[in-house]
Design a protein around this ligand. Structure first.
Ligand SMILES: *[C@@H]1O[C@H](CO)[C@@H](O)[C@H](O)[C@H]1NC(C)=O
Ligand SMILES: *[C@@H]1O[C@H](CO)[C@@H](O)[C@H](O)[C@H]1NC(C)=O
Ligand SMILES: *[C@@H]1O[C@H](CO)[C@@H](O)[C@H](O)[C@H]1NC(C)=O
Ligand SMILES: *[C@@H]1O[C@H](CO)[C@@H](O)[C@H](O)[C@H]1NC(C)=O
Ligand SMILES: *[C@@H]1O[C@H](CO)[C@@H](O)[C@H](O)[C@H]1NC(C)=O
Ligand SMILES: *[C@@H]1O[C@H](CO)[C@@H](O)[C@H](O)[C@H]1NC(C)=O
Ligand SMILES: *[C@@H]1O[C@H](CO)[C@@H](O)[C@H](O)[C@H]1NC(C)=O
Length: 304
């Protein structure tokens, strides 16, 4: 039996370290959130073929209406919006999509920022598209809903290379085929999938990926879009440690680090799939994250 004084010292020690532990968990969560919301990533296409509007025109007023609506969105709709303002010929149509792991607050922030920034960098273009870190915004003088389109598109890669490109490519290709089919079949509200796979003995050892279609794509068009994206990946991303393929109706991204939130806002009902397929990826992923978080917290705690 320990003497009383020792035991209360022990309790104090435990309490201090418990506080320290929670403090470090909060810290690491905060760091993750900050890095995820970093708005510096921004790719855009100002359409040269859809015509220009003039300053203070009805078209501009309608566009401003849509942009202001992004900052006052009350519904979440699982991060997907099909908006329009005004009447033909000055009607403005817009499609917007947040990454599938976004919650409502972060989604609204991203859409509002991205739409505002898009108009600023594409002054007078009637149609434009932007892909930012966490969302996609398009607007045009035509209806965009449900149309599978090939342009505009972009690809952005990390200049760092993997050490074992063939093995990495095989692992990544398999992972993306699985994720694409999961996203395409995940129902009308959200078409998103995220996962990771062991990439073998080289660097990096693991690859993390997300794929997503705008949910106005049906299963077939989503499948087609992601197939195009994977083809483009072969051209643009081979051997790279991270890369994004960006299209009007779908996006694909992979990295060597866990860059997405593993908890997405749950959908109201399970996908209409007759055979509920287990997702071994997810379980491993959750365990891995928890382990990583634990180690980070422990390290911080040690210092603390
Ligand atoms: C539309 O506006 C852009 C950007 O201001 C300009 O470069 C382009 O020449 C304009 N196009 C037409 C057809 O006026
Ligand atoms: C558009 O409106 C602004 C503010 O009312 C004004 O300063 C600007 O001169 C107008 N531009 C044109 C081209 O009419
Ligand atoms: C999407 O918006 C367009 C107008 O831009 C509208 O005609 C169409 O009905 C909307 N579709 C859905 C499914 O809400
Ligand atoms: C991850 O998503 C969940 C659910 O939306 C949210 O509660 C949590 O704060 C998110 N975490 C991060 C680090 O963004
Ligand atoms: C798929 O995309 C094509 C091309 O835009 C479109 O014509 C078709 O209606 C789409 N299919 C569905 C079911 O939405
Ligand atoms: C990565 O590989 C490409 C193509 O082989 C090469 O041009 C580039 O310099 C490499 N980058 C680094 C950082 O080594
Ligand atoms: C990457 O792997 C896929 C699937 O195995 C294969 O079809 C493709 O040709 C590979 N790419 C390269 C550049 O080797």
């Amino acid at each position: 039996m320990l003497p009383l004084a020792k035991s209360s010292e022990g309790a104090q020690w435990a309490l201090q370290h418990l506080l320290c532990f929670f403090c470090s968990i909060l810290l690491s969560l905060a760091t993750l959130t900050l890095s995820q919301l970093d708005p510096t990533y921004f790719l855009r296409d100002c359409s040269e073929t859809s015509g220009n509007y003039t300053a203070n025109s009805t078209y501009e007023a309608n566009l401003n209406t849509i942009i202001s609506r992004f900052s006052t969105l009350r519904e979440f709709n699982y991060g997907f919006f099909n908006l329009s303002a005004g009447e033909s010929p000055d009607q403005v149509h817009s499609i917007a999509l947040c990454r599938g792991d976004m919650n409502q607050a972060d989604c609204n922030t991203c859409l509002s920022y991205t739409a505002t920034e898009l108009k600023r960098v594409c002054p007078f273009n009637k149609a434009a598209t932007a892909w930012s870190e966490l969302c996609l915004v398009r607007y045009a003088n035509r209806d965009l809903y449900g149309r599978l389109e090939n342009d505009p598109r972009a690809c952005a890669y990390n200049t760092m290379n993997v050490s074992n490109p063939d093995q990495f490519n095989r692992t990544l290709s398999d992972l993306l085929v699985d994720l694409s089919s999961e996203a395409a079949t995940s129902g009308p509200l959200r078409k998103y999938a995220a996962g990771n796979a062991l990439a073998g003995s080289g660097n990096p050892g693991r690859v993390y990926a997300t794929v997503q279609c705008t949910p106005d794509m049906d299963q077939q068009n989503c499948t087609t879009c992601l197939q195009y994206a994977r083809d483009e990946l072969q051209n643009c991303c081979y051997g790279r440690i991270g890369c994004r393929v960006l299209r009007p109706n779908c996006v694909l991204r992979f990295e060597s680090n866990l860059f997405y939130n593993q908890t997405a806002v749950p959908l109201p009902s399970p996908p209409p799939s007759p055979t509920p397929s287990p997702t071994p990826n997810r379980g491993n992923e959750n365990k891995a994250t928890r382990a990583v978080m634990f180690v980070i917290a422990l390290l911080l705690c040690w210092i603390c």
